[in-house]
Design a protein around this ligand. Sequence first.
Ligand SMILES: NC(=O)c1ccc[n+]([C@@H]2O[C@H](COP(=O)([O-])OP(=O)(O)OC[C@H]3O[C@@H](n4cnc5c(N)ncnc54)[C@H](O)[C@@H]3O)[C@@H](O)[C@H]2O)c1
Length: 339
Amino acid sequence: MILLLQKIIEDYFLLKYIVCPLGLLLALILTYFLAKFFITEIYFSFFKKRLNFRNGLVIVLTGGSNGIGLELSYLLANNHGKDITLLILDVQENREQINILNSKCSKAEFISCDLSQQKQIEQAFQEIIDKYNCVDILINNAAVALIEYFDAMTIQSFFKAQQINLLSYMKLTHLFLNQKNFANKKDKCILFMGSVAGFQVGLKTSEYASSKFGLVMFNETLRSELKMQEKYKEVKLTIINPYQVDTELFKGFKTFFKQLFPTLNAKKVAQTVYSSLIQRRNIVFINWHYEVFIFFVSNLPAWLKDLAGLITLKDTLNTLAGKQQKFPGQAAQKSLQSQ
Ligand SMILES: NC(=O)c1ccc[n+]([C@@H]2O[C@H](COP(=O)([O-])OP(=O)(O)OC[C@H]3O[C@@H](n4cnc5c(N)ncnc54)[C@H](O)[C@@H]3O)[C@@H](O)[C@H]2O)c1
């Protein structure tokens, strides 16, 4: 039997020179990711110093009125409400949420801020500093998604969405790092909500995907830069990259290969954001196999990437509606586009 197998292997060029090496390569890659996953889990679960939600910690959460941000605000309030000050920066006030937060937190506040407006960001941040002295944890979570082909949207709406999805994250991070009272350096964190969309080909998501891709490199560069400067050594950066979540943002998105890439639940994603904050993690994909998927997809040649994008996203083009984004002061996305 073994001899027969040996003969087959020796006889068949394809098997010997292509299938076997490819199989071996695949096995090596999977082993690498599995080992990385287990080592990372062990390190962050048992050895890494955890975030201390000490009394008086001031947390700013953007886009906290809906979806993942809303779930995260409840998690923070339930677990640390008596110690923290929780500030929600959003364009949309969620009264019910603020009432719940006020019943659980010693201090919780909604601050109206349109993140597409630099002036409003500056004013909101200054207001926070004047009132609470400093910000300890900055959670950049707000986002919009323009579901349209690039050429079909106005460049103004594209830029406005970039302001919210990318530039507001940078602006707030800049204000955070330059605040005068950088008092207790130990528990300082900045968290970015990224997305798998920043790594894989998407259709009708040129704005969203490019902002998320930009965020990945911003996070990478800033992390290295902060480590080089003594005063920021203790500041922890985290980026979370979920796949599609059951919020309004990508309403109607149909996932391809549902068994392997199911739609994620906002509560579960918020739970991961929360535990990643506590464990002070760097880059987080909600499940480890998404990282493997991204590794393979981003290393494909362009024509294969496009083909994979077409196959996996064709179905969703007819159903994907998103939030029909209403920008402040605008009736609907369409009217913004016709500006
Ligand atoms: N939903 C998904 O499938 C998915 C997947 C991957 C990553 N994410 C990321 O998770 C984060 C949260 O998304 P979500 O699904 O909870 O979305 P969501 O639409 O439910 O919530 C977004 C929040 O941002 C706020 N917001 C929008 N424009 C704003 C502005 N100009 N100023 C201030 N606030 C503004 C909204 O009012 C809302 O409260 C986003 O960064 C998103 O990119 C979402």
